[in-house]
Design a protein around this ligand. Structure first.
Ligand code: ASP
Length: 584
Protein backbone atom coordinates (compact mmCIF):
# COMPACT_ATOMS: atom_id res chain seq x y z
CA UNK A 1 0.00 0.00 0.00
CA UNK A 2 2.92 2.36 0.57
CA UNK A 3 5.72 3.68 -1.58
CA UNK A 4 7.93 4.80 1.30
CA UNK A 5 8.27 4.45 5.05
CA UNK A 6 7.49 7.69 6.91
CA UNK A 7 10.85 7.74 8.66
CA UNK A 8 12.68 7.41 5.35
CA UNK A 9 11.45 10.60 3.73
CA UNK A 10 14.20 13.08 3.03
CA UNK A 11 15.03 16.17 0.99
CA UNK A 12 16.05 13.85 -1.85
CA UNK A 13 12.34 13.17 -2.45
CA UNK A 14 11.22 16.81 -2.68
CA UNK A 15 8.71 17.22 -5.49
CA UNK A 16 7.78 13.53 -5.63
CA UNK A 17 4.44 11.98 -4.88
CA UNK A 18 4.52 9.37 -2.14
CA UNK A 19 2.02 7.06 -0.51
CA UNK A 20 2.46 6.49 3.21
CA UNK A 21 0.69 4.10 5.55
CA UNK A 22 0.87 4.18 9.31
CA UNK A 23 -0.60 5.48 12.55
CA UNK A 24 -1.68 9.00 13.49
CA UNK A 25 0.86 9.76 16.19
CA UNK A 26 -0.31 13.30 16.81
CA UNK A 27 -2.83 15.57 15.15
CA UNK A 28 -2.67 19.32 15.50
CA UNK A 29 -5.34 21.67 14.26
CA UNK A 30 -3.72 25.01 13.52
CA UNK A 31 -6.92 26.87 12.72
CA UNK A 32 -7.37 26.07 9.10
CA UNK A 33 -4.43 23.73 8.57
CA UNK A 34 -4.25 20.26 10.10
CA UNK A 35 -0.91 18.63 10.83
CA UNK A 36 -0.72 14.89 11.29
CA UNK A 37 2.47 13.22 12.45
CA UNK A 38 2.22 9.88 10.75
CA UNK A 39 4.20 7.06 12.33
CA UNK A 40 5.45 3.72 11.07
CA UNK A 41 8.27 1.51 12.19
CA UNK A 42 10.91 3.73 10.62
CA UNK A 43 9.78 6.92 12.29
CA UNK A 44 7.57 9.98 11.80
CA UNK A 45 6.56 12.10 8.84
CA UNK A 46 4.72 15.41 9.04
CA UNK A 47 1.62 15.48 6.88
CA UNK A 48 -0.05 18.80 6.10
CA UNK A 49 -3.76 18.89 5.25
CA UNK A 50 -4.87 22.07 3.58
CA UNK A 51 -8.58 23.14 3.54
CA UNK A 52 -8.23 23.68 -0.25
CA UNK A 53 -8.40 19.91 -0.67
CA UNK A 54 -11.89 19.64 0.72
CA UNK A 55 -12.25 15.85 0.75
CA UNK A 56 -8.87 15.10 2.29
CA UNK A 57 -9.35 17.90 4.81
CA UNK A 58 -12.73 16.57 5.90
CA UNK A 59 -11.22 13.16 6.58
CA UNK A 60 -8.28 14.72 8.43
CA UNK A 61 -10.71 16.53 10.73
CA UNK A 62 -12.03 13.16 11.92
CA UNK A 63 -8.60 11.65 12.52
CA UNK A 64 -7.68 10.88 16.13
CA UNK A 65 -4.67 9.31 17.85
CA UNK A 66 -3.67 5.88 16.55
CA UNK A 67 -6.03 5.87 13.57
CA UNK A 68 -4.52 3.83 10.77
CA UNK A 69 -4.15 6.03 7.69
CA UNK A 70 -3.12 5.85 4.10
CA UNK A 71 -1.93 9.16 2.75
CA UNK A 72 -1.05 10.18 -0.77
CA UNK A 73 0.77 13.46 -1.08
CA UNK A 74 3.67 15.47 -2.37
CA UNK A 75 6.97 15.83 -0.53
CA UNK A 76 8.03 19.42 -0.05
CA UNK A 77 10.57 21.27 2.03
CA UNK A 78 9.32 22.54 5.38
CA UNK A 79 9.09 26.32 5.50
CA UNK A 80 12.27 28.15 6.53
CA UNK A 81 12.93 27.82 10.28
CA UNK A 82 10.51 24.94 10.90
CA UNK A 83 12.81 21.98 10.12
CA UNK A 84 13.09 19.44 12.93
CA UNK A 85 16.68 18.23 13.30
CA UNK A 86 15.56 15.46 15.70
CA UNK A 87 13.68 13.66 12.94
CA UNK A 88 15.17 11.78 10.03
CA UNK A 89 12.42 13.24 7.87
CA UNK A 90 12.64 16.59 9.67
CA UNK A 91 13.57 18.69 6.64
CA UNK A 92 10.46 17.78 4.68
CA UNK A 93 6.70 17.40 4.99
CA UNK A 94 4.01 15.82 2.86
CA UNK A 95 1.21 17.96 1.45
CA UNK A 96 -1.74 15.58 1.55
CA UNK A 97 -3.77 14.97 -1.59
CA UNK A 98 -5.73 11.97 -0.32
CA UNK A 99 -6.33 10.88 3.26
CA UNK A 100 -7.93 7.50 3.85
CA UNK A 101 -8.80 6.04 7.23
CA UNK A 102 -7.93 2.34 6.95
CA UNK A 103 -9.09 1.74 10.48
CA UNK A 104 -10.12 4.08 13.30
CA UNK A 105 -8.81 3.48 16.80
CA UNK A 106 -10.47 3.60 20.17
CA UNK A 107 -8.84 6.32 22.31
CA UNK A 108 -5.57 4.75 23.50
CA UNK A 109 -5.19 4.34 27.29
CA UNK A 110 -2.10 6.51 27.22
CA UNK A 111 -0.36 8.90 24.89
CA UNK A 112 2.34 6.92 23.10
CA UNK A 113 5.02 9.52 23.63
CA UNK A 114 4.24 9.85 27.32
CA UNK A 115 7.33 9.25 29.40
CA UNK A 116 7.45 7.60 32.85
CA UNK A 117 4.51 5.35 32.17
CA UNK A 118 3.73 2.94 34.96
CA UNK A 119 5.12 -0.46 34.03
CA UNK A 120 1.96 -2.39 34.81
CA UNK A 121 0.03 -0.10 32.49
CA UNK A 122 2.60 -0.74 29.82
CA UNK A 123 2.47 -4.51 30.29
CA UNK A 124 -1.31 -4.60 30.35
CA UNK A 125 -1.41 -2.66 27.08
CA UNK A 126 1.78 -4.22 25.75
CA UNK A 127 0.70 -4.04 22.12
CA UNK A 128 0.42 -0.26 22.26
CA UNK A 129 3.55 -0.06 24.39
CA UNK A 130 5.43 -1.98 21.69
CA UNK A 131 4.39 0.64 19.14
CA UNK A 132 6.52 3.17 20.95
CA UNK A 133 9.84 4.07 19.35
CA UNK A 134 12.11 2.88 22.19
CA UNK A 135 10.49 -0.56 22.22
CA UNK A 136 10.66 -0.80 18.43
CA UNK A 137 14.34 0.07 18.68
CA UNK A 138 15.04 -2.43 21.47
CA UNK A 139 13.42 -5.36 19.70
CA UNK A 140 15.18 -4.59 16.46
CA UNK A 141 18.45 -4.42 18.35
CA UNK A 142 17.64 -7.81 19.85
CA UNK A 143 17.06 -9.19 16.39
CA UNK A 144 20.36 -7.78 15.13
CA UNK A 145 22.18 -9.33 18.10
CA UNK A 146 20.58 -12.72 17.41
CA UNK A 147 21.54 -12.44 13.73
CA UNK A 148 25.13 -11.54 14.58
CA UNK A 149 25.27 -14.53 16.92
CA UNK A 150 23.94 -16.87 14.25
CA UNK A 151 26.28 -15.50 11.65
CA UNK A 152 29.39 -15.92 13.81
CA UNK A 153 28.46 -19.39 15.00
CA UNK A 154 27.57 -20.48 11.49
CA UNK A 155 30.93 -19.21 10.21
CA UNK A 156 32.61 -21.26 12.92
CA UNK A 157 30.91 -24.51 12.02
CA UNK A 158 28.15 -24.56 14.65
CA UNK A 159 24.75 -25.88 13.70
CA UNK A 160 21.43 -25.03 15.31
CA UNK A 161 19.68 -28.11 16.68
CA UNK A 162 16.38 -27.89 18.54
CA UNK A 163 15.94 -29.74 21.81
CA UNK A 164 12.67 -30.67 23.54
CA UNK A 165 10.59 -28.29 25.62
CA UNK A 166 8.67 -31.17 27.16
CA UNK A 167 11.36 -33.05 29.01
CA UNK A 168 12.63 -34.16 32.41
CA UNK A 169 13.83 -32.06 35.25
CA UNK A 170 17.38 -30.73 34.62
CA UNK A 171 19.73 -29.72 37.38
CA UNK A 172 20.35 -25.99 37.08
CA UNK A 173 19.15 -25.79 40.63
CA UNK A 174 15.91 -23.85 40.28
CA UNK A 175 12.36 -25.09 40.68
CA UNK A 176 10.86 -26.73 37.59
CA UNK A 177 7.80 -25.71 35.65
CA UNK A 178 5.79 -28.90 35.32
CA UNK A 179 3.38 -29.97 32.61
CA UNK A 180 0.95 -32.78 33.45
CA UNK A 181 0.72 -35.64 31.02
CA UNK A 182 -2.80 -36.56 29.90
CA UNK A 183 -1.64 -39.80 28.34
CA UNK A 184 0.19 -40.86 31.50
CA UNK A 185 -1.99 -39.67 34.36
CA UNK A 186 -0.03 -38.71 37.45
CA UNK A 187 3.17 -38.12 35.45
CA UNK A 188 4.69 -34.83 34.46
CA UNK A 189 7.02 -33.30 31.97
CA UNK A 190 9.36 -30.56 33.16
CA UNK A 191 10.11 -27.56 31.00
CA UNK A 192 13.89 -27.36 30.54
CA UNK A 193 15.88 -25.11 32.86
CA UNK A 194 18.43 -25.32 30.05
CA UNK A 195 19.24 -27.79 27.27
CA UNK A 196 22.35 -28.84 29.23
CA UNK A 197 22.02 -32.60 29.02
CA UNK A 198 20.69 -32.62 25.48
CA UNK A 199 23.60 -30.58 24.22
CA UNK A 200 26.02 -32.92 25.94
CA UNK A 201 24.28 -35.88 24.35
CA UNK A 202 24.49 -34.16 20.96
CA UNK A 203 28.25 -34.13 21.48
CA UNK A 204 28.20 -37.85 22.24
CA UNK A 205 26.14 -38.16 19.07
CA UNK A 206 28.99 -36.66 17.08
CA UNK A 207 27.60 -33.28 15.98
CA UNK A 208 30.79 -31.63 17.22
CA UNK A 209 29.47 -28.04 17.36
CA UNK A 210 25.94 -27.15 18.46
CA UNK A 211 24.14 -23.95 19.26
CA UNK A 212 20.63 -22.81 19.90
CA UNK A 213 18.97 -19.53 20.81
CA UNK A 214 16.56 -21.11 23.18
CA UNK A 215 13.98 -20.50 25.87
CA UNK A 216 14.77 -21.79 29.33
CA UNK A 217 12.34 -22.02 32.23
CA UNK A 218 13.10 -21.56 35.90
CA UNK A 219 10.50 -21.12 38.57
CA UNK A 220 12.62 -18.87 40.76
CA UNK A 221 11.74 -16.18 43.20
CA UNK A 222 11.64 -13.15 41.00
CA UNK A 223 13.12 -10.57 43.35
CA UNK A 224 15.80 -9.54 40.93
CA UNK A 225 15.47 -8.70 37.29
CA UNK A 226 14.56 -12.23 36.24
CA UNK A 227 11.98 -13.83 34.02
CA UNK A 228 10.39 -17.27 34.47
CA UNK A 229 11.14 -17.88 30.81
CA UNK A 230 14.27 -16.34 29.41
CA UNK A 231 16.48 -16.86 26.40
CA UNK A 232 19.94 -18.34 26.27
CA UNK A 233 22.51 -18.45 23.53
CA UNK A 234 23.42 -22.06 24.24
CA UNK A 235 26.63 -23.49 22.82
CA UNK A 236 28.51 -26.78 23.05
CA UNK A 237 31.59 -28.05 21.25
CA UNK A 238 33.73 -31.19 21.24
CA UNK A 239 37.50 -31.64 21.32
CA UNK A 240 38.38 -28.19 22.64
CA UNK A 241 39.91 -27.28 25.99
CA UNK A 242 38.93 -24.53 28.41
CA UNK A 243 41.05 -21.82 26.84
CA UNK A 244 40.04 -22.65 23.27
CA UNK A 245 36.36 -22.55 24.11
CA UNK A 246 36.84 -19.21 25.84
CA UNK A 247 38.72 -17.78 22.86
CA UNK A 248 35.97 -18.87 20.50
CA UNK A 249 33.26 -17.45 22.75
CA UNK A 250 34.87 -14.10 23.43
CA UNK A 251 35.26 -13.89 19.66
CA UNK A 252 31.49 -14.28 19.47
CA UNK A 253 30.82 -11.45 21.90
CA UNK A 254 33.41 -9.23 20.22
CA UNK A 255 31.74 -9.88 16.85
CA UNK A 256 28.32 -9.04 18.28
CA UNK A 257 29.50 -5.72 19.72
CA UNK A 258 31.41 -4.86 16.55
CA UNK A 259 28.61 -5.71 14.13
CA UNK A 260 25.71 -4.34 16.12
CA UNK A 261 27.15 -1.36 18.02
CA UNK A 262 30.39 -0.73 16.16
CA UNK A 263 32.27 -1.09 19.45
CA UNK A 264 35.61 -2.88 19.84
CA UNK A 265 36.02 -5.01 22.96
CA UNK A 266 39.51 -5.91 24.21
CA UNK A 267 41.30 -8.85 22.59
CA UNK A 268 41.89 -10.99 24.58
CA UNK A 269 39.54 -10.38 27.50
CA UNK A 270 41.30 -10.07 30.84
CA UNK A 271 41.18 -13.20 33.01
CA UNK A 272 40.87 -13.47 36.73
CA UNK A 273 40.72 -16.55 38.93
CA UNK A 274 37.70 -16.90 41.17
CA UNK A 275 40.01 -16.63 44.20
CA UNK A 276 41.53 -13.37 42.95
CA UNK A 277 38.14 -11.95 42.02
CA UNK A 278 36.86 -12.60 45.52
CA UNK A 279 40.05 -11.30 47.14
CA UNK A 280 40.20 -8.08 45.12
CA UNK A 281 36.53 -7.32 44.48
CA UNK A 282 34.55 -9.48 46.89
CA UNK A 283 32.57 -10.73 43.91
CA UNK A 284 32.79 -13.35 41.18
CA UNK A 285 31.31 -10.85 38.76
CA UNK A 286 33.35 -7.75 39.42
CA UNK A 287 32.51 -4.51 37.69
CA UNK A 288 35.96 -3.50 36.51
CA UNK A 289 34.73 -0.03 35.59
CA UNK A 290 34.97 0.85 39.27
CA UNK A 291 38.56 1.67 40.22
CA UNK A 292 38.32 0.43 43.82
CA UNK A 293 39.81 -2.77 45.25
CA UNK A 294 39.77 -4.63 48.53
CA UNK A 295 42.98 -5.07 50.54
CA UNK A 296 43.70 -8.31 52.40
CA UNK A 297 44.31 -7.88 56.13
CA UNK A 298 43.42 -11.32 57.52
CA UNK A 299 47.02 -12.39 58.17
CA UNK A 300 47.85 -9.04 59.76
CA UNK A 301 44.90 -9.05 62.13
CA UNK A 302 45.86 -12.42 63.57
CA UNK A 303 48.27 -10.43 65.74
CA UNK A 304 46.01 -7.61 66.94
CA UNK A 305 44.35 -7.40 70.34
CA UNK A 306 41.31 -5.72 68.83
CA UNK A 307 38.75 -8.45 69.34
CA UNK A 308 36.45 -7.70 66.42
CA UNK A 309 39.28 -8.05 63.91
CA UNK A 310 41.17 -10.78 65.75
CA UNK A 311 38.18 -13.10 66.03
CA UNK A 312 37.35 -12.80 62.34
CA UNK A 313 41.00 -13.35 61.38
CA UNK A 314 41.25 -16.49 63.54
CA UNK A 315 37.91 -17.88 62.41
CA UNK A 316 38.30 -20.75 59.92
CA UNK A 317 36.96 -19.23 56.73
CA UNK A 318 37.08 -15.78 58.29
CA UNK A 319 38.34 -12.66 56.59
CA UNK A 320 39.44 -9.14 57.46
CA UNK A 321 39.69 -6.79 54.50
CA UNK A 322 39.78 -3.08 53.79
CA UNK A 323 38.28 -0.89 51.10
CA UNK A 324 40.07 2.41 50.61
CA UNK A 325 38.29 5.27 48.88
CA UNK A 326 39.85 8.61 47.97
CA UNK A 327 36.72 10.55 48.68
CA UNK A 328 35.63 12.77 51.50
CA UNK A 329 32.45 11.29 52.93
CA UNK A 330 30.24 13.00 55.47
CA UNK A 331 29.40 11.38 58.79
CA UNK A 332 25.87 10.82 57.53
CA UNK A 333 27.09 9.10 54.36
CA UNK A 334 29.34 6.82 56.40
CA UNK A 335 26.39 5.94 58.66
CA UNK A 336 24.21 5.25 55.63
CA UNK A 337 26.83 2.91 54.22
CA UNK A 338 26.86 1.16 57.60
CA UNK A 339 23.13 0.54 57.18
CA UNK A 340 23.72 -0.58 53.61
CA UNK A 341 26.28 -3.27 54.48
CA UNK A 342 23.99 -4.54 57.25
CA UNK A 343 21.79 -5.85 54.40
CA UNK A 344 24.64 -8.19 53.56
CA UNK A 345 24.99 -9.49 57.08
CA UNK A 346 27.79 -7.18 58.24
CA UNK A 347 27.46 -6.35 61.92
CA UNK A 348 29.11 -2.96 61.52
CA UNK A 349 31.25 -0.85 59.24
CA UNK A 350 34.47 0.20 60.93
CA UNK A 351 36.40 2.98 59.23
CA UNK A 352 39.45 5.18 59.56
CA UNK A 353 39.63 8.67 58.14
CA UNK A 354 43.14 9.59 57.04
CA UNK A 355 43.41 13.29 57.90
CA UNK A 356 46.48 15.42 57.16
CA UNK A 357 47.04 15.71 60.92
CA UNK A 358 46.49 12.07 61.79
CA UNK A 359 43.96 9.26 61.86
CA UNK A 360 40.40 9.82 62.92
CA UNK A 361 38.27 6.85 63.90
CA UNK A 362 36.46 5.20 66.78
CA UNK A 363 38.73 2.16 66.40
CA UNK A 364 42.22 3.71 66.18
CA UNK A 365 42.70 3.45 69.91
CA UNK A 366 42.36 -0.34 69.72
CA UNK A 367 45.02 -0.81 67.07
CA UNK A 368 48.79 -0.66 67.62
CA UNK A 369 51.01 1.71 65.69
CA UNK A 370 52.64 -1.21 63.83
CA UNK A 371 49.29 -2.52 62.67
CA UNK A 372 48.03 0.91 61.68
CA UNK A 373 51.23 1.60 59.73
CA UNK A 374 50.87 -1.70 57.92
CA UNK A 375 47.20 -0.99 57.11
CA UNK A 376 48.17 2.39 55.64
CA UNK A 377 50.98 0.80 53.68
CA UNK A 378 48.89 -2.05 52.26
CA UNK A 379 46.00 0.19 51.32
CA UNK A 380 48.37 2.91 50.03
CA UNK A 381 46.20 5.43 51.84
CA UNK A 382 46.97 9.13 51.49
CA UNK A 383 45.68 12.07 53.49
CA UNK A 384 42.06 12.67 52.58
CA UNK A 385 41.34 8.95 52.08
CA UNK A 386 38.89 6.85 53.98
CA UNK A 387 39.41 3.17 54.81
CA UNK A 388 36.45 0.89 55.46
CA UNK A 389 36.88 -2.47 57.15
CA UNK A 390 35.05 -5.75 56.97
CA UNK A 391 35.70 -8.51 59.50
CA UNK A 392 33.55 -11.62 59.59
CA UNK A 393 33.06 -14.88 57.76
CA UNK A 394 34.64 -14.40 54.33
CA UNK A 395 31.23 -14.59 52.65
CA UNK A 396 29.87 -11.73 54.72
CA UNK A 397 32.98 -9.59 54.20
CA UNK A 398 32.99 -10.24 50.46
CA UNK A 399 29.28 -9.62 50.03
CA UNK A 400 29.35 -6.47 52.15
CA UNK A 401 32.54 -4.82 50.91
CA UNK A 402 31.91 -6.07 47.36
CA UNK A 403 28.50 -4.39 47.35
CA UNK A 404 29.84 -1.28 49.08
CA UNK A 405 32.51 -0.97 46.39
CA UNK A 406 29.85 -0.97 43.69
CA UNK A 407 27.53 1.31 45.62
CA UNK A 408 30.20 3.96 46.27
CA UNK A 409 31.35 3.65 42.66
CA UNK A 410 27.83 4.53 41.49
CA UNK A 411 27.09 7.11 44.19
CA UNK A 412 30.29 9.00 43.52
CA UNK A 413 30.36 8.63 39.75
CA UNK A 414 33.63 6.71 39.75
CA UNK A 415 32.70 4.38 36.89
CA UNK A 416 35.00 4.41 33.89
CA UNK A 417 33.20 4.70 30.59
CA UNK A 418 32.86 1.82 28.20
CA UNK A 419 32.73 -1.96 28.31
CA UNK A 420 34.80 -3.99 30.73
CA UNK A 421 34.52 -7.68 29.93
CA UNK A 422 36.51 -10.38 31.67
CA UNK A 423 36.64 -14.10 32.30
CA UNK A 424 36.42 -15.47 35.79
CA UNK A 425 38.08 -18.90 35.95
CA UNK A 426 39.13 -21.67 38.29
CA UNK A 427 35.89 -21.82 40.21
CA UNK A 428 35.66 -24.25 43.10
CA UNK A 429 33.82 -27.44 42.20
CA UNK A 430 31.55 -27.16 45.21
CA UNK A 431 30.13 -24.73 47.68
CA UNK A 432 28.84 -25.65 51.09
CA UNK A 433 25.07 -25.52 51.42
CA UNK A 434 24.52 -24.38 54.99
CA UNK A 435 20.79 -25.21 54.99
CA UNK A 436 21.16 -28.68 53.54
CA UNK A 437 24.49 -29.32 55.27
CA UNK A 438 26.09 -30.77 52.17
CA UNK A 439 28.20 -29.81 49.19
CA UNK A 440 26.42 -28.36 46.19
CA UNK A 441 27.77 -27.96 42.67
CA UNK A 442 28.99 -24.41 42.12
CA UNK A 443 28.17 -24.56 38.41
CA UNK A 444 26.29 -27.79 37.75
CA UNK A 445 27.17 -31.41 38.47
CA UNK A 446 28.45 -32.08 34.92
CA UNK A 447 31.35 -29.65 35.23
CA UNK A 448 34.77 -31.30 34.99
CA UNK A 449 37.32 -30.98 37.79
CA UNK A 450 40.64 -29.36 36.93
CA UNK A 451 43.33 -31.79 35.84
CA UNK A 452 44.89 -33.23 38.98
CA UNK A 453 41.92 -32.30 41.17
CA UNK A 454 39.99 -35.53 40.71
CA UNK A 455 41.24 -37.07 43.95
CA UNK A 456 40.27 -33.97 45.91
CA UNK A 457 36.63 -34.66 45.06
CA UNK A 458 36.52 -37.13 47.92
CA UNK A 459 39.55 -36.19 50.03
CA UNK A 460 39.12 -32.38 50.21
CA UNK A 461 36.08 -31.19 48.24
CA UNK A 462 36.54 -27.61 49.42
CA UNK A 463 39.83 -27.36 47.53
CA UNK A 464 38.76 -29.05 44.31
CA UNK A 465 38.68 -26.58 41.43
CA UNK A 466 36.65 -26.97 38.27
CA UNK A 467 36.97 -26.21 34.59
CA UNK A 468 34.09 -23.79 34.90
CA UNK A 469 34.23 -20.21 33.62
CA UNK A 470 32.00 -17.16 33.59
CA UNK A 471 32.07 -14.26 31.20
CA UNK A 472 31.42 -11.02 33.06
CA UNK A 473 30.61 -7.64 31.55
CA UNK A 474 30.32 -4.44 33.57
CA UNK A 475 29.45 -6.34 36.71
CA UNK A 476 26.93 -8.73 35.12
CA UNK A 477 27.40 -12.41 34.54
CA UNK A 478 26.85 -12.55 30.81
CA UNK A 479 27.44 -16.26 30.44
CA UNK A 480 28.68 -19.31 32.23
CA UNK A 481 29.96 -22.64 31.10
CA UNK A 482 32.54 -25.32 31.58
CA UNK A 483 34.42 -28.22 30.18
CA UNK A 484 32.21 -31.17 31.04
CA UNK A 485 32.86 -34.54 32.53
CA UNK A 486 33.05 -37.00 29.63
CA UNK A 487 33.91 -40.14 31.60
CA UNK A 488 31.23 -42.03 33.44
CA UNK A 489 33.49 -42.90 36.40
CA UNK A 490 34.41 -39.24 37.02
CA UNK A 491 30.75 -38.32 36.82
CA UNK A 492 30.03 -40.97 39.44
CA UNK A 493 32.68 -39.47 41.74
CA UNK A 494 31.12 -36.02 41.47
CA UNK A 495 27.67 -37.38 42.22
CA UNK A 496 29.16 -39.12 45.26
CA UNK A 497 30.77 -35.89 46.47
CA UNK A 498 27.39 -34.18 46.11
CA UNK A 499 25.78 -36.84 48.25
CA UNK A 500 23.74 -38.17 45.31
CA UNK A 501 23.39 -41.91 45.75
CA UNK A 502 23.98 -44.30 42.88
CA UNK A 503 20.29 -45.12 42.76
CA UNK A 504 19.29 -41.50 42.69
CA UNK A 505 21.88 -40.74 40.00
CA UNK A 506 20.56 -43.61 37.90
CA UNK A 507 16.98 -42.56 38.41
CA UNK A 508 17.61 -38.93 37.46
CA UNK A 509 20.46 -39.04 34.98
CA UNK A 510 20.67 -42.68 33.93
CA UNK A 511 20.25 -41.68 30.31
CA UNK A 512 23.33 -39.42 30.52
CA UNK A 513 25.47 -41.94 32.39
CA UNK A 514 24.55 -44.64 29.88
CA UNK A 515 25.51 -42.46 26.97
CA UNK A 516 28.78 -41.33 28.52
CA UNK A 517 29.83 -44.99 28.23
CA UNK A 518 29.62 -45.08 24.45
CA UNK A 519 32.70 -43.11 23.60
CA UNK A 520 31.70 -39.63 24.75
CA UNK A 521 34.21 -37.12 23.35
CA UNK A 522 35.82 -34.46 25.54
CA UNK A 523 33.43 -31.53 25.29
CA UNK A 524 32.39 -28.26 26.85
CA UNK A 525 30.36 -25.15 26.24
CA UNK A 526 28.67 -22.11 27.60
CA UNK A 527 25.31 -20.37 27.76
CA UNK A 528 24.85 -16.61 27.52
CA UNK A 529 21.81 -14.76 28.76
CA UNK A 530 20.50 -13.08 25.63
CA UNK A 531 18.01 -10.86 27.45
CA UNK A 532 20.68 -9.34 29.69
CA UNK A 533 23.15 -8.96 26.82
CA UNK A 534 20.61 -7.05 24.75
CA UNK A 535 19.46 -4.95 27.72
CA UNK A 536 23.05 -3.87 28.33
CA UNK A 537 23.61 -3.08 24.68
CA UNK A 538 20.34 -1.14 24.55
CA UNK A 539 21.33 0.75 27.70
CA UNK A 540 18.17 -0.21 29.59
CA UNK A 541 17.99 -1.39 33.19
CA UNK A 542 15.27 -4.00 32.91
CA UNK A 543 15.33 -7.09 30.70
CA UNK A 544 11.57 -6.62 30.38
CA UNK A 545 12.35 -3.75 28.02
CA UNK A 546 13.99 -6.08 25.53
CA UNK A 547 11.40 -8.88 25.66
CA UNK A 548 8.28 -8.44 23.56
CA UNK A 549 5.89 -10.10 25.98
CA UNK A 550 7.51 -10.41 29.40
CA UNK A 551 6.04 -11.40 32.73
CA UNK A 552 5.78 -9.10 35.71
CA UNK A 553 7.91 -9.44 38.83
CA UNK A 554 5.06 -11.60 40.11
CA UNK A 555 5.40 -14.01 37.18
CA UNK A 556 2.19 -12.94 35.45
CA UNK A 557 1.46 -11.98 31.90
CA UNK A 558 -0.82 -8.97 32.22
CA UNK A 559 -1.64 -8.89 28.52
CA UNK A 560 -3.13 -12.33 28.05
CA UNK A 561 -3.78 -12.68 31.79
CA UNK A 562 -1.76 -15.80 32.43
CA UNK A 563 -1.59 -17.89 34.48
CA UNK A 564 -5.33 -18.47 34.70
CA UNK A 565 -7.71 -21.01 36.19
CA UNK A 566 -8.71 -23.93 33.95
CA UNK A 567 -11.95 -25.84 33.45
CA UNK A 568 -12.86 -28.73 35.66
CA UNK A 569 -13.09 -30.80 32.47
CA UNK A 570 -9.45 -30.11 31.58
CA UNK A 571 -8.35 -31.02 35.08
CA UNK A 572 -10.28 -34.26 34.96
CA UNK A 573 -8.68 -35.20 31.65
CA UNK A 574 -5.30 -34.68 33.22
CA UNK A 575 -6.25 -36.72 36.26
CA UNK A 576 -5.78 -33.71 38.54
CA UNK A 577 -7.74 -32.37 41.48
CA UNK A 578 -6.89 -28.99 43.04
CA UNK A 579 -5.84 -28.78 46.66
CA UNK A 580 -6.43 -25.04 46.65
CA UNK A 581 -8.99 -23.04 44.73
CA UNK A 582 -7.41 -20.29 42.63
CA UNK A 583 -7.76 -16.87 44.24
CA UNK A 584 -8.62 -14.97 41.09
N1 ASP B 1 23.49 -24.99 31.17
C1 ASP B 1 24.28 -24.03 31.88
C2 ASP B 1 23.36 -22.95 32.48
O1 ASP B 1 22.26 -22.76 32.02
C3 ASP B 1 25.28 -23.35 31.02
C4 ASP B 1 26.36 -24.25 30.55
O2 ASP B 1 27.04 -24.87 31.39
O3 ASP B 1 26.55 -24.32 29.33
O4 ASP B 1 23.77 -22.26 33.39
Amino acid sequence: MRTHYCGELSAALVGQQVTLAGWAHRRRDHGGVIFIDLRDREGLAQVVCDPDRKEAFAVAERVRSEYVLKIVGKVRRRPEGTANPDLRSGEVEVLAQEVEVLNPSAPPPFQLDEENLNENTRLEHRVLDLRRAPMQKNLRLRYRVAMAVRQYLDEHGFIDIETPMLTRSTPEGARDYLVPSRVHPGEFFALPQSPQLFKQMLMVAGFDRYYQIVKCFRDEDLRADRQPEFTQIDVETSFLGEREIQDLMEGLIRAVFRNVLGEELPDPFPRLSYADAMARYGSDKPDLRIPLELTELTDLMKSTDFKVFRQAADLPGGRVAALRVSIDLSRKEIDDYGGFVANYGAKGLAYIKVNPDGLQSPIVKFLSKEILDEVLKRTAAKPGDLIFFGADRAKVVNDALGALRVRIGHDKGLLRKGWQPLWVLDFPMFEWDEDEKRWAAMHHPFTAPKDGHEDLLSSDPARALSKGYDMVLNGWELGGGSVRIHRAEVQAKVFRALGISEDEARAKFGFLLDNLQYGAPPHGGIAFGLDRLVAMMAGVDSIRDVIAFPKTQRAQDLLVRAPSPVDEKQLRELGLRLREKPKS
